[in-house]
Write a protein that binds this ligand. Structure first.
Ligand code: FES
Ligand code: FES
Length: 167
């Protein structure tokens, strides 16, 4: 069947089975491979994207159920800036670079998407709020650096405002 998805502001038409998870449509039909497969059962968060600004585990959502809703993947976070068309990182991505958060990097797309959604709700979260809402699993154990990067953003009011532009 043909479905219509709005991904990173662009309308995309895709032929897929009714029960195909959003993750596989994003990765295989749309070739947006920044969103990762980890567990496939909604447990690890590697596949996290936004649907209407809310963090969603795309392995556990049928693509057909999110037609015509605003889907954002990691590829949609940075914005094109300047006459040369260079990419300007989202504030959360910039904080990840500054704080050297990733190790192997595999989980980090989903981690960043979860954090952007968290900061939309809670601009200056405590460690307890981070732990409660960002339940993504990182096998490299970058949790402390994730917290540090989030707190570095919390001290910059503009970072939370930038997260708000994705809603
Ligand atoms: S692959 Fe979706 S939660 Fe693990
Ligand atoms: S950075 Fe390696 S799994 Fe998280």
């Amino acid at each position: 069947m043909e479905i219509v998805l709005k991904v990173n502001g662009v309308e995309r038409r895709v032929d897929t089975d009714p029960d195909t998870p959003l993750l596989w449509v994003i990765r295989e039909s749309l070739s947006l491979t920044g969103t990762k497969f980890g567990c496939g059962i909604g447990a690890c968060g590697a596949c996290t994207v936004h649907v209407n600004g809310t963090a969603v585990r795309s392995c556990s959502v049928a693509a057909v159920t999110v037609q015509n809703q605003a889907i954002t993947t990691i590829e949609g976070l940075a914005t094109v800036a300047g006459p040369a068309g260079g990419l300007q990182l989202h504030a959360v991505q910039a904080a990840w670079v500054a704080q050297q958060v990733p190790q192997c990097g595999y989980c980090q797309s989903g981690m960043i998407m979860a954090v952007v959604a968290l900061l939309q709700q809670i601009p200056a979260p405590t460690d307890a709020q981070i732990d409660a809402q960002v339940t993504n699993i990182c096998r490299c154990g970058t949790y402390e650096r994730v917290r540090r990067a989030i707190h570095s953003l919390s001290s910059q009011p503009s970072a939370a405002e930038e997260s708000g532009r994705l809603s």
